[in-house]
Design a protein around this ligand. Structure first.
Ligand SMILES: [Zn+2]
Length: 193
């Protein structure tokens, strides 16, 4: 038991306090330990620390789909793990080239990917239900909307520099919830994807 609590603490610290799948802020009370490759698929990996991530405990069913998100939906399915909060910024660029982010909080596989990678990106989003209504609302209401509102008082000729500064700030702040979503959204705005 103690070992599990310790492992959870370490994982959360490594992931800068963010769910490995949806990047919601987590702590030892509201997170659980998740096997990326399910125990059922690979018993050897089940005790391997590198196969473990900390994820949020999804508790609310989407009013439209009736589904939860993250590990509650994943169960023992296999995913290609695209978004890990503890990965380097090189990966942020990689994710940037796989996903698109929209102002209503939706994320999707980017158009024009190869069929294979497009399918992997799609199933990553679908299996984890990353467009759960609660996640979309949090991405917009909790973070993006505040930035958009702040940008409205910036004179037109300074808007680009405003968004560039936001991008750099978020890039440095590894604890920023929904960080990948924001980086991808702003990168697209700046034409740097
Ligand atoms: Zn999550």
């Amino acid at each position: 038991m103690t070992n599990l609590v310790e492992a959870k603490k370490h994982l959360i610290a490594e992931q800068h306090g963010l769910c490995a799948y949806c990047q919601t802020a987590i702590n030892t009370h509201n997170a659980s330990i998740e096997h990326v490759v399910p125990k059922e698929k690979n018993l050897e990996l089940s005790t391997n620390y590198h196969n473990l991530v900390a994820v949020c405990k999804s508790q609310v069913k989407d009013i439209y789909s009736g589904k939860m998100h993250c590990d509650k939906e994943k169960a023992n399915q296999l995913i290609t793990p695209f978004i890990f909060a503890n990965e380097s910024d090189v990966t942020a660029v990689r994710n940037n080239s796989y996903f698109a982010a929209y102002s209503d909080g939706t994320i999707s596989a980017k158009p024009k990917l190869t069929v294979e990678i497009g399918n992997e990106a799609d199933s990553f989003i679908n299996i984890l239900n990353l467009n759960h209504i609660t996640l979309k609302q949090r991405r917009t209401k909790d973070v993006l909307n505040g930035l958009i509102e702040a940008s409205t008082v910036v004179p037109n000729h300074q808007k680009r520099i405003f968004w560039k500064l936001q991008f750099e700030k978020i890039l440095l702040n590894k604890k920023q919830p929904y960080r990948q979503y924001l980086l991808i959204y702003i990168a697209n705005k700046l034409g740097i994807n």
